[in-house]
Design a protein around this ligand. Sequence first.
Ligand SMILES: [Zn+2]
Ligand SMILES: [Zn+2]
Length: 254
Amino acid sequence: MINLHTHTVRCGHARGTDREYIEAAIAAGYKEIGFSDHSYLRLDEYSAGNFRPDEALVKDYIRSIRELREEYRDRITIHLGMEMEYVASCFDEMLSYYKAQGIEYFILGQHIAYLDHGGCTYAGAPTDSIGTMDRYISDCLEGMQTGVFTYLAHPDLIKFTGDREVYKARMAEFVRKLVSMNVQLEYNRLGFYESRNYPDPDFWAMAGEARADVCCALDAHSPDVYTDTDTVRRMHESLAALGLRHRDPAIIKL
Ligand SMILES: [Zn+2]
Ligand SMILES: [Zn+2]
C-alpha cells in the first residue's frame, strides 16, 4: 500500500521527527510514502481569502524531506506534497507559490467551513447550518475540478448535527458528483481510529453503492501510526463490507 498522507511536527499538532516517520514506514513494509503536511496557513487567513504561508516552515519542510529522500532513496520512495484547502480567491497564487518551492503534489483537505454570518471554523466542528454544509461541498467540488489535487482527503469531514435526512440527501448528491468526476475518496485512518464523525457510515454506504474509487490513508500525525498495521487491516475489512477496495493513489504532479 502507498500512503500519501503524512504530517510533520511543523503543523503544530503532530509528533516525532521526519526521520522517525520514514523509519516506521520502512519497518511496516511500505515501499512508497508521501509527506503532505498542512499548508502553514492560519484559518483566519483562509477566511479572509489571503495567502501568507509561514515561509520559514515551508522552506524547512521542503529542505528536510528532500534531504531524507536522498538519504533513503535505496530503501523507500518518498514524495513531497501538501494537504491543502481550496480557497478560490488565492488558489492560483497558492499553486504557483508551492510549485516554485518544489512541492510535487496536493491532496485536498477542506478543513475550513464558512459560517452563515461571516467568519469560519474548522470543518470538523459541529454545525447545524445547511449553508455551511453546502459551502463545504461546493468548495470540495470546485477544488477537485481544478484537476491538481491527487485525491479528496476525508470527504466526510463536515460535522453536520442537523436533520440526518438533509445530510443524507446532500451527501448522496455530493457522492454522485464526485464519482462522476472520477475523484478518488480517502478513507481516513485518523477518523477511523479515533471514532470521529468521519468516516461517516451513511456517506460510505453511498460511496459503496456508487462503487467509488477509494484509498485508505493514514493521516499520520505520529510515527507509530505506520507500524499499527492492525488498524489498517480493520479499515480494509470495513471497506470490503461496503463492496469497496483500496486502490493506490496515482499522484497528479503539479
Ligand atoms: Zn486533513
Ligand atoms: Zn491530514
